[in-house]
Design a protein. Sequence first.
Length: 317
Amino acid sequence: VKNIAKPVRVYRLQREAQAPAIAQGTGDTSSPLPSPALPLPGKPSIIVLPFVNMSNDPEQEYFSDGITEDITTDLSKISSLFVISRNSAFTYKGRTTKVQDISREMGVRYVMEGSVRKAGERVRITAQLIDAASDHHLWAERYDRPLTDIFSVQDEIVRRIVTTLKLQITLQEQGVIVGKHTDNLEAYDAFLRGIDCFWRLTKEGNAEARHLWEKALALDPQYAEAYAWLGGTYRLEWLFHWSGTPQTLERALELAHRALALDDTLPFARTLLSHVYANQQQYAQAIEEGERAIVLDPNNADSYAFKADILISAVSF
């Protein structure tokens, strides 16, 4: 690419029906060419695949998804590691795909996979880290713990990845990663159920997520993450015109600030502020908060994309 000092990833789109004919010069469109492999980044790279729900109850799917998201979120805060986003990783949910294919499609060297079995007051989590280049398991572990140890298990998994890949992390990143949720397991359960509802991106799902996060906050009024995500429901309500008013955005701002007053290292709260300020056409503040979110979560692709949108809107405005 001309006038670009450093290499960047670019994509080429080609019509599925025409690409093989053009490439082979035959006109035969029966066997499409495989997608070219994405180049590996210049630092360790990883994708955390959705952990499989091994419980007999399919209603526990939200729990295994939540564990996956928490681990992904913690890893994404490490600037020396390239982490595939939660949304991209979840495209592999329920699919059987070879590790080498995932590596090629996502442009990562390391693949993490695992499973979760929740039964009563016990939880069993298995996790394994695979080097896709050699197809070797770098480590595998099974954690049989009381449910009250769920946060410790997540911390152990993240630390194991850090040491295995010999990652350098700053003191600030250590503090952000160690900062955890809540000591109230019922509140945490409601929080994870809310995440599952929120990502449906429907009016009904948004209302249910709000109810669950309000429940989590009733159980633990100091639950910073729940305040931030609750604020997200008000911003979503306004964005999709479900019943939003200017006061709806103000409520989102209020909740984001409440979250940051409890924990100023929450990337989602900073991102929410950035979104709301942009919706209010306060672009300087939106850019400032967006940059703070990127510092806290340098692997969040959505944050970079939204910052670009804000810059375009600011120039147009």
